[in-house]
Write a protein that binds this ligand. Sequence first.
Ligand code: SAM
Ligand code: SF4
Length: 464
Amino acid sequence: MSKPFDIGLERLIGQPSYSGVIRDAEAGQRGTFFLETFGCQMNDHDSEKVAGVLLSRGYRQVETPETAGLILYNTCSIREKAAQKVFSRLGEYRAKQSEGKIIGVLGCVAQQEGEEIFERAPWVSLVCGSASYRKLPEMIAQLEAGNQRVTGLDTDTEETFETEMTRRDDPWRAYLTIIEGCDKACSYCVVPYTRGPERSRPSDSILREVRKLAEHGYSEVQLLGQTVNSYADPTPRKLRFSELLLAVADVPGIRRVRFTTSHPSDFTRDIVEAIESQPKICDHVHLPVQSGSTTVLQAMQRTYTRAEYLEKIAMIRDAKRPIDITTDIIVGFPGETEADFEETLSLLEEVKYDSLFSFKYSPRPNTPSLAMKDAIAEEEKSRRLAILMEKQREIQTARNASLIGKTFEVLVSGKSRRENQWSGYTTSHRVVNFASQAKELLGTYVQVRATGATPNSLVGEHIV
Ligand code: SAM
Ligand code: SF4
């Protein structure tokens, strides 16, 4: 049996102490799998765990569906386009089942569409939502034993999806889910339906994993959750989210602690104080606002008003060290008037976000907003989105230009094809492209002085 490991496979190359583990896994080889992921960081990280489960049971991961016995799609259904992508991908593999391949759909579309996927794509034989991933190996075993169709669609679980082994794709930053599901009820969102109720992972298990990651050389961890700051430790220690951040930062070897996504209603002063007191906690907060209009926020069931959100922003801006703030915005929610949209634009002016993700409202099955009247026409949504993006571009251009001349610590995560060009992230998650004569920098922390700026990144030079 293979021993658990918790390290990106690419890091294993040239590390004989772990190559034995891979050989173990290959020796018990039961088949090959191809896994494609659509969607958010949570989905990406779920895929790392699914891959870990399969690798630890002797499966081997391959790069193409053609060479795989098991083809899996980990899907996203947050917006319609994402869900459609999965069905078009499934269409491409229609003929594959007759070649004896097992085709499976995981994640949010699986949870949302359930057994209807078998109707729409009869060549699919496995449908499994994220709350049932623990049962995945049993489900695959059932298929291998001759079952035609298997589903895992329960969401009434107390369990979080923890794995003995996670196949990590990023060799420097490790993602860790600390809370699964969501107990909020935003009227546009499928997550509470597709990922089930909130379940927090015990703090001792989180800290154990962080220590293991640090031993394997990871220096940055990113704590994940749909509402990461709603974390409620189920152990007798009952660590608050801010205490957990501090405890993770205390693990020897850890240099950066990130967290995403924070919900404004649960964003409390102690989180800011933790960032102030511990420089290892990254100075970046992703705080989705969704709209600048209180009327729209109420229709979205976002649990705060514009004024309350701005109080949270003021609290973050008052911190003893600067903290970057990013957000998510939806334009064209049903009933959003021109005046509501103007309020979103004025909020952008007021907060001056460092970056944002913007989306056109997409009506989703099983969500309360589906039944709302006063839908906004697609062209109008596109118009508003373009205006919003242009406004943010101006803000980012000015903001990044104001950073020229400053020096940042950068974790180097990319090497350009252009000679002596590297890239990485600051603690505030700003992308920096920089020049250096150094031979090898990947995975190291370096000082970079910003010499130029674009709307989305800084340009700089390595200070030796
Ligand atoms: N839990 C996070 C939060 O509360 O902000 C984010 C969840 S979701 C994966 C990421 C973003 O997708 C949301 O912040 C929202 O802006 C967007 N989103 C969710 N449902 C949407 C919908 N029906 N149409 C358009 N955008 C949507
Ligand atoms: Fe969806 Fe709202 Fe929960 Fe975020 S907080 S996952 S937007 S329901």
